[in-house]
Design a protein around this ligand. Sequence first.
Ligand code: HAM
Length: 409
Amino acid sequence: MRDIIGQEASKIFLIKQKSREIFQSFNYVEIKLPSVEEVSLFLRTIGESTDIVEKQMYIFKDKGERTVALRPEGTAGVVRSCIQNNLFATYPVTKLFYSGSMFRYERPQEGRYREFYQIGCEYFGNGSAVSDAEIIILADKILGECGVKSRKININSIGCRECRPTYSQKIKEYSVRIKDTLCEDCQRRIDKNPLRVLDCRTDKKKLEDFPAAYEHLCRNCENHFYELKSILNEQKIDFAVEPKIVRGLDYYTGTVFEIKSDVLGAQDTIAAGGRYDCLVEEMGGKATPACGFAIGVERLILASENIPIKNSKKFFVAIQSDDFKNKALSLALKLRENRFVTEGPIPARSLKSQLNSANKMAFDFSIIFAEEEFKKNEVILKNMADGSQKTVKIENVVDEILSIPGERL
Ligand code: HAM
C-alpha cells in the first residue's frame, strides 16, 4: 500500500470533484459505504472461484469474532445497502455513485496496488439497453473530462441465466481439449467455473481460439446486445465488440464492458463494468435489473494528459527581525483571505535562511519586512525568479499583488 503525497493527492481530489458533478448531472445520488463488510457478502456476490475471492481479499476476525473483509470493490456493498435501507422504494429511479479505497492483495506494479481508489456507480431498476448505454457513455465522459484522450471502449455480452450455461459448457469442452496447456488455476476452474478460464492472467494467447459468447446468446440477450450497439452507434460513441471479455466478477449477466488506454502498460483497463440483473434477487431483494461500473483513479491519473490542478502564485513572507512577526502575520492572513498560497512568517531564522527556503520551495515572490523599509511603513516585494525587487507601502501590498497576472486558488 502506498502513501499518496502532494500533486497525486490533489489530482485524486479533483477527479472526485469533477466526476461528482458529472454523476449528479445524470441524476446519481452519492452513497458512502463502510470499508469493512462481513466476508460472506463478497463470497456470495463476487463468486467463490474468482481471483478476488480466492487470492486477494484482506480477511480478519474483529473483536466480536466476526469474520470481516476490507472491501475489494463497491458493488456488493451498494446492493447490500439498497436492500437494507429500502433505497429502491425511496428512489424510484435508484442511481447511486461512490468513491473510496478498495483493497486487493495483488502483486503490486505500476497501475496495480493493494489499496487503490475507485469512483463508481450503480443504476437499478432499468433493464433496457438504454441504461447500459448510459453507463458506458457516463464512464467515457468522466474519463474524457479528466483528460484521458486516448481510450478505447470494448463491449461484450456474456449471456443470461438462460443462455450462459450453454456457453459455459462450450468453454468447458474447449478447455478440456487444451487442458495440458492451461495454468494450474485454470485447470482447477474448468469444472468449478469454466468462464473464469477466460480471464486468466497467465497466458492470454492460448485463449484466442475460444468460442465467442455472442455466438451462443439467447434471443433476448441477442436483441439487447443489438440494441446497445445501435444506441452507441446512434450517439456516435466509438466502441469495439471484444468477444473474450468476461470480467473477473461472477455477478455479471449480459453486457460487460471495459475502457482501456493504450498509453498504459500491462494494467491498461481504466474503467470496467456491466449488467448484473440477478444479484439483487440473489441477495434477498426483489428481482431488480442493474448495471454499473468503476473507474480506477490511479490508472486514470497515469493515462490523463491534463488534470487541471489550480496553481496560485506563491508568496513567502520573510522577516529581518522577530519584532515584525505580528505585522507580517497580519499581511500573510490577508493574502490567504484572497486565496494566495502564502508561507510565513517563520521567526528565529536569519533572513538569508528564510529566503533560501523560499527559493528551494519555488515561491514566486518574497515579501520582506526589513528594518529600513519598515520605518517608512514599507516592505520589499522580491520576484524570486529574476531577483528584481521594489518597495511597496504595507497597506497597498494586497492590491499590488492582485494586479500581478496569475491564478489564485
Ligand atoms: P473491476 O474490474 O474489478 O470492477 O475494477 C474496476 C477498475 O478498478 C479496474 O478497471 C481498474 O481500473 C481498477 N482496479 C482494479 N484493481 C486494481 C488494483 N489492484 N490497483 C489499481 N486499480 C485497480 C469492479 O470493481 C466492479 N465493482 C465494477 C462494477 C460496478 N461493475 C458493476 N458495477
